[in-house]
Design a protein around this ligand. Sequence first.
Ligand SMILES: [Fe+2]
Ligand SMILES: [Fe+2]
Length: 317
Amino acid sequence: MIRSDLIVDKAGKLYISGNFWQTKTRIDRLINTYITQEKLSDLLEELPKQFILPKPRPWAKIAWKNINAKEIVGIKQELFLNLIIGIVNTEAPIRGYTQTSRQYLAEIHPDMARFVGGVVGTDSKILELGLWEKEERQHSPALIKTYQQLTGNKCVINPYVPTKYQQKQDTYQDLYRHGLHRIITEYSAVCLYLWLMSQTSGTIQQVFSELLQDEINHMTKFLGFGVWLFPKFKFRNLSSSTAANKLSKKTQFQFLANLSSTFRRMMGVLHWHDWSIAHKLELIYTFIRVFSCLLSWHRTLTREYLEKILGKPELSA
Ligand SMILES: [Fe+2]
Ligand SMILES: [Fe+2]
């Protein structure tokens, strides 16, 4: 039995089946460790270097054999395992997501297109993997390994089929709509993995910490790049922001419809109806706190600062 009063892990003091306020201290500690303003700025500032020399972030060594059920400290094991299957179904297969994003970026910013989806030959063969794909494709195998280590069974998955590239308006409007959606999914992954770190300890928590750091990295780079490319982007008011970026009413409606269908799908994937009120509040709290960190960081992204990092956008919406 783990003596919770003796253990301090990456989220601070460990509470077995902690109440909302105890878990909140763990969430706060994780946010203060992983989502500082300096870290977010460093992640954005390294983007131009990664256009030239793409290098995946190395993971710390994980002792997979040490994974055991006692490391799930905050939620019921059954719910935890269902969550893992749901997340794997959304994370895999990453190839579909990376190629869709690459196509939206190809004409506007070839370097960023290469960063997300690599280089593709005329016969649609992948000649080089994108850095985003290299990092993301480690996620579902890590979760599957965790599941198998916990249950001794194979993890049966049923992956979601990602939406394909669809040219609808002009290329900037299409990218704006797609990119916003992509940032929101990375942000959701950040919040979910951070919350899962608050519910676990030991090696399982370490696995989530690797996933979390990758997702923070992608969310930050995509958001910073988006703010640079779309100067009229308003973080506080997405609907006035979409209007300011001259998105037609139809595109705005499509964006909101897509977002609400993604949200509904995520509720199903996460088995939201099985969650206790305390867990629901903890996750909502995580979403609000992470959003406020991003909001503060967004205020530091002046034109001068962004153009020092990424140059002047050749053309922008
Ligand atoms: Fe991921
Ligand atoms: Fe992601």
